[in-house]
Ligand binder design. Structure first.
Ligand SMILES: Nc1nc2c(ncn2[C@@H]2O[C@H](COP(=O)(O)OP(=O)(O)OP(=O)(O)O)[C@@H](O)[C@H]2O)c(=O)[nH]1
Ligand SMILES: [Mg+2]
Length: 232
């Protein structure tokens, strides 16, 4: 079996160190189709599994505001990798978990690598890894990429998650927003073309946010006026 894995994370969290450690530094380097942004791909073998690893551009978020964010988001939505390794800087959890929540909203099959765990420890941070994993509903593995620590456990979690995910958590945005989200979702569900390609809750949230790329999709929907009427 081949497992397709994408690496994602904020800038400077250790993506390249992890990519090199997993792939032995042997990468195929090219560009993303039609873009001048570098695309790195490599192969990792673990316990008889062939794992294809793609390094996504470093990004804080998955809005449509920058080319890097769009590349990362399109890849996850359209290519649907089996597992997304979300590399999180353990010494900067709050900022980094924003991207994690966006990935969960996209219904990506996430495994969190809690990297720079040594830095977090030296700052005196005590992270309850199990509790974090319970709250997020995905595996969380502490790593120190520069020392190769935790990478075997990370691969173990990746192989395990590729076999099947447990559940998807949802973040509640409060009563008023949730009412609108569910109305929009109902309208979206009528459009099979749209709802078969994207997670409907994610689409509804993006429509509420006024996401330009998603609104372009709505423009093409036969249920366009119904959807737009809700957000008016
Ligand atoms: N102490 C410590 N340093 C780390 C760890 N992982 C990576 N680093 C260091 O963090 C810096 C950034 O690592 P990179 O792998 O280049 O990070 P990146 O996410 O690829 O960064 P961009 O590609 O610029 O977004 C480097 O100086 C690494 O040596 C870790 O677990 N602990
Ligand atoms: Mg890098």
């Amino acid at each position: 079996m081949t497992i397709r894995v994408a690496l994602i994370g904020n800038p400077n969290v250790g993506k390249s160190v992890i990519f090199n450690a997993l792939t032995g530094g042997r990468a195929h380097v090219g560009n993303w189709p039609g873009k001048t942004v570098e695309k790195k791909e490599g192969i990792c073998r673990y316990k008889g599994e062939r794992i294809e690893v793609v390094d996504l551009p470093g990004t804080y978020s998955l809005t449509a505001h920058s080319i890097d964010e769009l590349i990362a988001r399109d890849y996850i939505v359209k290519e649907k990798p089996d597992v997304v390794i979300d590399i999180v800087d353990a010494s900067n959890l709050e900022r980094n978990l924003y991207l994690t929540l966006q990935l969960l909203e996209l219904e990506a099959n996430v495994v969190v690598a809690l990297n720079k765990f040594d830095v977090a420890e030296s700052l005196g941070y005590e992270i309850d890894v199990q509790e974090l994993s319970r709250i997020l509903g995905v595996p969380v593995v502490p790593t120190v990429a520069t020392e190769g620590k935790g990478l075997r456990e990370l691969l173990e979690a990746v192989v395990e998650s590729a076999k099947g995910r447990k559940r998807v958590i949802t973040v509640s945005y409060g009563k008023a927003a949730e009412e609108l989200i569910s109305k929009i979702e109902k309208a979206i569900l009528k459009d099979r073309g749209l709802s078969s390609r994207y997670p409907t809750r994610w689409l509804a949230i993006k429509i509420l946010e006024g996401d330009e790329e998603v609104l372009k999709e709505v423009e093409r929907s036969p249920y366009k006026s119904e959807i737009l009427e809700i957000i008016q």
